[in-house]
Design a binder for this molecule. Structure first.
Ligand SMILES: [Mn+2]
Length: 309
């Protein structure tokens, strides 16, 4: 693909928009009824797409993003929470037909139907890399089992999600059930924010890869509040003392080539709480770098496959 025109106001920065055989499937889930503090995450999918339309389709290595992409749009608003989650799971199933699925939240509760759909779509257990300030292991929060504080707990109830395939990076805000559940499940790998600072990202990434390489497929759930509010201020439940953008990118740069990342969500971006779209642009950066890493990896594996044939 040749890139020769500035892409202002061009959907997906002029990436190759294709049909059902596209490399990547994208689904927006504009839902923030489950947030416990400040809302606004429902505006993220539209705002992230708006930012992307003003970006250039390059990675920071200078690679043009030449992957094909199908955008399934947003799951339309529905005030019936159960019905909405059914629709999310149904639409997620379509996005998961692609080689890589990208889900744009929404608050973190949208991970509940998406991970359920992922569990139904695969035939064996898959790993989850959960990057977050919070463990989201509450059995119930504010009277609901679908709070954004319950996402990991609900994820672990799926047939193909096992606690020994669950890895956290960035934790620094444990509460009630988080503390109890993690004490009862020492097999869950936890890299707290303090451990990340003490050990550094390369050592953490090595442990993440060692654990999750036992799984043929891995799902990444990225809550932007894993980052320090200095880097991601536009989020509903910020927590100081988090990762830098570069630490996050460094982690992804190590784990993505080493594991088969099948799908990813980016949740809790809340544009109304943001400043100068810093947090939406962070999401754009992560998305473009992810696409670049997948593209490089697929080019190599497809080439190797062809060599074998
Ligand atoms: Mn969080």
């Amino acid at each position: 693909m040749r890139y020769n025109t500035p892409s202002y106001n061009v959907p997906w920065a002029g990436m190759n928009l294709a049909g059902d055989d596209a490399d990547i499937g994208v689904l927006g889930v504009p839902w923030d009824n489950a947030t416990s503090n400040r809302r606004g995450a429902a505006e993220a999918p539209a705002n992230i797409r708006r930012c992307i339309a003003c970006a250039d389709p390059f990675t920071e290595d200078g690679d043009v993003i030449a992957l094909s992409l199908k955008d399934y749009g947003d799951v339309p608003r529905d005030l019936d929470w159960a019905r909405y989650f059914e629709h999310v799971a149904e639409r997620a199933r379509h996005a998961l037909h692609h080689r890589f699925a990208l889900f744009l939240g929404g608050d973190h509760s949208v991970g509940i139907p998406i991970i359920r759909a992922m569990s139904a779509a695969v035939s064996e257990p898959f790993g989850i890399l959960h990057i977050d300030a919070h463990a989201d292991l509450e059995d119930e929060f504010e009277g609901s089992r679908w709070s954004h504080a319950c996402t990991a707990r609900r994820a672990l109830e799926n047939a193909n999600v096992h606690s020994d395939g669950y890895v956290y990076v960035g934790l620094r805000a444990p509460i009630d059930d988080d503390i109890r559940f993690l004490a009862e499940h020492p097999e869950i790998q936890v890299h707290s924010m303090r451990a990340i600072i003490d050990r550094g990202i390369p050592a953490v990434a090595t442990d993440v890869i060692a654990r999750l390489s036992a799984f043929k497929q891995v799902y990444i759930t990225l809550d932007v509040d894993a980052l320090d509010p200095a880097y991601a201020p536009g989020t509903g439940t910020p927590n100081a003392g988090g990762m830098t953008t570069r630490e996050l990118l460094s982690l992804l740069r190590r784990v993505v080539p080493a594991l088969n990342i099948r799908a990813m969500d980016i949740v809790e971006v809340a544009p109304p709480l943001d400043h100068a779209d810093i947090t939406s642009w962070l999401a754009v950066k992560v998305i473009f770098e992810m696409f670049g890493m997948l593209q490089t990896k697929w080019k190599k594996t497809d080439h190797d496959d062809n060599q074998i044939q």
